[in-house]
Design a protein around this ligand. Structure first.
Ligand code: GAF
Length: 390
């Protein structure tokens, strides 16, 4: 994204100069899927694909917002004194949610602002365009109004916006990754206690490739909420025989010994995924630290199989991308990333095999599915911050 273009976009939209520019990344999750609301580990990196905003202050209490990604919506406005979720307000509900919780916890903002948004995270691709937008607004409001809100609190308000304002019962993976990330690292986050370790992503001779299936199933949110509910039900049953407060606290052995109590095939498979994926995530982070890419890749592959067989959040398009990836030369491992039901997969591919990989997987995918997939090389990024001129 070009700084000048963003400033021109702001001026053309609002007829005045923009004052400050902020950037918020998207994320990929290397492994640790659907573990975050089960008290388990996740292992994400932020990426350079993200969302930009230019802001300028107003004297009244109006927020006027425009997104270059949704030009047909034009400028959408709301008053700081009158914030509620409205479906017709579309993407500005993310802004409203963040501002609402900031005002609730840290006091009323003194004035409104104009904001011009432009992002390059494909929508609905499970690369966290929503968390990117939430943290963008949180950080920008925090800095422009000098509120001094700790970063972790902004992360939590992002999750609250998602859960309570928008109604998706997600965990904290996405907001944490977007808000706390460090370039050239992936963070091993324990979602139970919110402690994390930044692990260098040193992939000598390899690239992380994002494969976008360009598909997204309907009812994603209700299916997602259902998975969470099923895990909670399984946990409740397990708690009658073991003393744990989340599935993430169970070892594989403890799960195998006590799973009989769940007495339901679907619930058992959901819980099994959560328990085993958590263990895989810890092992994968260790493997990466030890430079053991082979083990890391195997764990990625096992993660995908579990998300397909036991958690049932893959779809034919993401399964195909991963299966095709597994067949290619120079591939360390591949899996879906994010919530599932379409969206993106990732693969770790040897540098000199990347071109052929994209050609082969792209061709076969199009032949089978009827529309193309997209491929991007993932570059890691820092968490949300002001974009100051170098
Ligand atoms: C989505 C959610 F928002 C995250 O909290 C996480 O559960 C993820 O799906 C699956 O790991 O991105």
């Amino acid at each position: 994204m070009d700084r000048e273009q963003l400033l021109i976009g702001f001026k053309e939209t609002f007829g005045k100069d923009g004052e400050r520019i902020f950037f918020s990344p998207g994320r990929i999750n290397l492994i640790g899927e659907h573990t975050d609301y089960n008290g388990g580990k996740v292992f994400p990196s932020a990426i350079t694909m993200g969302t930009y905003a230019v802001i300028s202050m107003r004297k009244d209490s109006l927020v006027r917002a425009y997104s270059a990604n949704f030009p047909d919506d034009g400028i959408l406005s709301f008053k700081l004194t009158d914030i509620e979720y409205k479906q017709m307000d579309k993407w500005t509900n993310y802004l409203k949610g963040m501002i609402h919780y900031i005002q609730q916890n840290y006091g009323k903002l003194p004035n409104g602002f104009e904001i011009y948004i432009n992002g390059n995270i494909p929508n609905g691709a499970s690369l966290s365009s929503s968390a990117s937008l939430e943290l963008l607004i949180g950080v920008l409001v925090n800095e422009c109004f000098e509120l001094g809100i700790p970063r972790l609190d902004l992360v939590k308000l992002g999750m609250k916006t998602e859960n309570e304002f928008l109604g998706l019962n997600s965990g904290i993976l996405d907001q944490f990754a977007v808000g706390m990330a460090k370039k050239k690292h992936a963070m091993l986050l324990d979602t139970n206690i919110l402690k994390y370790e930044q692990v260098p992503v040193e992939l000598p001779d390899h690239k992380i490739l994002i494969m976008n299936s360009l598909t997204r199933r309907e009812l994603v949110d209700s299916e997602y909420n259902l998975r969470r509910q099923q895990c909670e039900e399984a946990l409740k049953k397990l708690q009658t025989v073991v003393n744990v407060s989340s599935l993430g606290e169970l070892t594989e052995e403890a799960f195998e010994k006590n799973k009989f109590i769940i007495n339901d095939d679907v619930l058992t498979r959901r819980a099994k995924h959560a328990v085993y994926e958590n263990v895989r995530t810890e092992q994968a982070a260790e493997a990466l630290k030890a430079g053991d890419l082979k083990t890391f890749g195997q764990l990625m592959n096992e993660s995908h199989t579990s998300l397909h067989e036991d958690y049932e959040v893959t779809v034919k398009e993401t399964d195909l991308l991963v299966q095709l990836a597994w067949l290619q030369a120079g591939v360390i491992g591949a899996r879906m990333t994010g919530g599932g039901f379409g969206g993106c997969c990732i693969a770790i591919v040897k540098n000199d095999a990347v071109e052929t990989f994209i050609e082969n997987v792209g061709k076969e995918y199009k032949k089978e599915i009827g529309h193309p997939a997209e491929f991007y090389i993932a570059e890691t990024a820092d968490g949300t911050k002001e974009w100051v001129e170098a």
